[in-house]
Design a binder for this molecule. Structure first.
Ligand SMILES: [Zn+2]
Length: 416
């Protein structure tokens, strides 16, 4: 191809992508359509060995940084120019699906191969990257946060997967804690980040859309709330005299759902755990500790939701003559995707004749680590039945192809 022709007609090679997809799905296969490839487990490292071979077989240069992030590099832009990252992750949740992450990494590699073969010169170089531990088996968004320079070294002392599991994983992969902290990349060298991913929800299918253009990755806030009353004999204490912590926790759980459904469209709240103390058939519960997590796509909405839920908890505690304990546990701000990337994805859909819709991601992704540093964008394809993090996770092959072609075309449309 000559450099001045518009590469609108470029398409990914469907056979090559499919054969890669099927080969990768066998690594860590659970035999029921799913895969078990937790970050830095033997199966995950085997998948990385396989990817390294595929990169080399394509005649591309492979690179690995101190966080284990594995990349293919294609110098298709100006020498010493910026690099556009395309990627996702090869790790899975325990007993997860074969599409989550894997499709995005393979579509990124395929995009590099097509550009390499066709030879257009782009305003940037291309890198297909497989980020370490997107799923948070060990730390959570480990690879993308180290690349962004956002990993707090203190977190490695008490990571969510446990310190021992982290150290074992690093050792298995030939990585070190010191190396992790050195994997930061200067944002000035990067032109942006694009990722293809399955939606992991039902909204695209419900709307009859073929491609989702992600407007933002949801913000997530978590709290532990304690409703505190008084233990009493469950047989002899009259109902009206009880300070029953279970009543407060239950009323709050129902109120949170009602409030989100009525007043906060597009948001979600979850009471995922409750612990009763003392916890017996014949004792009025003195205390209930519950875990509350809620998500919203915009900072302003997230703040309103937070105020609303906490004030409802307070009111319900008062009504039930209980005390309320409030402990803030975690906070991830919503990450808006860049308007430039959204525009490139929308134009790619136009070129391909695909019906798109704009939506926010209710799940976390590596793009949220990078979005405040350079333009980041995400492309979703429909998930059958909305299932994910399960062997039932499935996307039709034509949707996978549509997504990969959208990634390719959006890459060609991104501004340098
Ligand atoms: Zn994923």
């Amino acid at each position: 191809m000559s450099n001045n022709s518009v590469p609108e007609s470029l398409r990914i090679n469907p056979k090559r992508l499919k054969s890669d997809f099927e080969a990768l799905a066998k690594i860590g296969s659970t035999g029921d359509g799913g895969v078990h490839r937790p970050a830095l487990s033997p199966a995950h490292l085997a998948a990385r060995d396989w990817l390294r071979e595929r990169i080399a077989a394509a005649g591309l240069e492979w690179r690995q940084d101190g966080a284990g992030n594995l990349s293919a590099f294609l110098p298709c832009g100006p020498e010493n120019g910026k690099t556009l990252l395309l990627g996702s992750h090869l790790d899975s949740v325990p007993y997860g699906g074969r599409f989550d992450g894997a499709l995005g990494v393979l579509a990124a590699l395929e995009t590099l191969r097509v550009v390499q073969e066709a030879g257009p010169s782009l305003p940037f170089n291309l890198e297909a990257i497989d980020f370490t531990d997107e799923e948070g088996t060990l730390v959570g968004l480990l690879g993308s946060r180290t690349l962004a320079g956002k990993l707090d070294p203190g977190e490695l002392q008490n990571p969510r997967g446990g310190r021992q599991a982290l150290l074992e994983g690093l050792e298995r992969a030939g990585l070190t804690e010191a190396g992790l902290l050195q994997a930061r990349r200067n944002p000035e060298t990067l032109a942006g980040y694009l990722e293809l991913h399955i939606e992991q929800g039902p909204r695209l299918a419900q709307a009859g859309a073929e491609i989702g253009i992600v407007s933002a990755i949801t913000g997530i806030v978590s709290y532990r709330l304690a409703f505190i009353g008084r233990a009493d004999h469950a047989g002899t204490t009259p109902m009206a005299d009880r300070l029953d912590a279970a009543q407060g926790a239950s009323a709050f759980t129902l109120a949170a759902r009602r409030s989100v459904m009525h007043d906060f469209p597009g948001c979600v709240a979850n009471v995922g755990d409750m612990q009763f103390s003392p916890g017996a058939f014949n004792i009025v519960p003195a205390r209930v500790d519950l875990s509350l997590e809620f998500r919203a796509p915009k900072v302003e909405t997230l703040e309103r939701l937070e105020i609303s839920l906490l004030s409802q908890a307070q009111e319900i505690a008062l009504e039930n003559r209980l005390e309320l304990g409030v402990e803030a546990l975690g906070r991830h701000a919503p990450a808006p995707m860049s308007t430039g990337a959204q525009k490139a994805i929308a134009q790619a859909c136009d070129r391909l004749g695909l019906k798109s819709m704009t939506l926010h991601s209710g799940a976390g992704h590596d793009a949220q680590s990078l979005a405040d540093l350079y333009p980041a964008g995400m492309i979703f394809i429909p998930s059958t039945g909305g299932a994910s993090h399960s062997p039932r996770e499935f996307s039709a092959w034509h949707d996978c192809l549509n997504g990969a072609n959208t990634l390719l075309q959006a890459t060609l449309l991104m501004e340098g």
